[in-house]
Design a protein around this ligand. Structure first.
Ligand SMILES: [Zn+2]
Length: 274
């Protein structure tokens, strides 16, 4: 799946899981409207993390030359592109790093701000700027993603630091959605890396019907409903996914501004309903 599409699925997944609107599941309750909005961008950025193993990806190019070196190191550690970072172990490692970083605080004493959670703040800045770059919301891909993400992180740190509790969960969800997104393309993903289970020979030499498409010869698992990465099917799939994310974010925003969003929803449902 392409970078921007990974980011869009990450944002949609966040809305689906955390929003308390009728179009969402609300499996992760207690997230405020601000949390739904900022979290969708954080989760969109987290949905790019597994491709940090790729030297020309959004993350590798984000803060050169440091980010190039990091991408190279991640690729080496995880056995190359689409290996360790695209496995269950990879999700666990990314989540553990986010969890550990969430304890990184800066104590400003009895001053105005008290203890500032700088770990989650830094994660927010990085992930939101990755998301904005990958989604290509603006033509300016140099300065604006950074200024926007820094502004958001500072606003949250000052006005709603309690929002940060969902940071590790957002990273876990984003990485999981990324892997699922790659899993529905032809090449699949090595879910159980570093364990590698090659498919049996009879499956590979054509006697396994189409099973070879699902259990790839290299050990990857695939449910190739989208075909190759970047296919027309992938773009068609992304239209409702992106729309869903946008509706969820706009809904949270209007609700926060005090609009009676439920009344509008009931009218819409009434139009299509009985
Ligand atoms: Zn990937």
């Amino acid at each position: 799946m392409m970078g921007g599409n990974h980011a869009a699925t990450g944002a949609a997944a966040w809305v689906a899981v955390t929003a308390s609107t009728p179009i969402a599941f609300g499996w992760y309750p207690g997230v405020s409207n601000a949390g739904v909005i900022v979290g969708s961008l954080v989760c969109a950025g987290a949905a790019l993390l597994p491709d940090a193993d790729h030297h020309s990806g959004t993350i590798a190019n984000s803060l050169k030359p440091v980010s190039n070196a990091v991408a190279r190191a991640v690729g080496k550690l995880s056995g190359g592109h689409r290996k360790g970072t695209h496995s269950i172990l990879g999700v666990a490692v990314f989540t553990a790093i986010a969890w550990l970083l969430s304890f990184l605080t800066l104590d400003t004493g009895d001053g105005l701000f008290g203890a500032i959670l700088i770990g989650p703040g830094i994660m927010c800045v990085l992930l939101v700027s990755y998301a904005l770059k990958a989604l290509k919301i603006t033509r300016d891909t140099k300065l604006l993603p950074w200024t926007t993400s820094i502004t958001l992180a500072v606003l949250i740190a000052v006005f709603a630091p309690e929002e940060w509790y969902w940071m590790p969960f957002s990273v876990a969800l984003g990485c999981t959605v990324h892997i699922l997104g790659d899993m529905i393309t032809t090449n699949g993903v090595p879910l159980l890396w570093p364990l590698k289970f090659r498919s049996p020979r009879w499956m590979r030499d054509g006697r396994g019907l189409e099973l070879d498409m699902i259990w790839r010869s290299g050990g990857n698992i695939s449910i190739p409903i989208l075909g190759d990465a970047g296919s027309v099917r992938e773009w068609i799939f992304l239209v409702p996914v992106s729309l869903y994310a946008i509706v969820g974010i706009v809904w949270a925003f209007l609700d926060q501004m005090g609009y009676d969003t439920m009344a509008v929803w009931n009218q819409v449902v009434g139009l299509f309903g009985a």
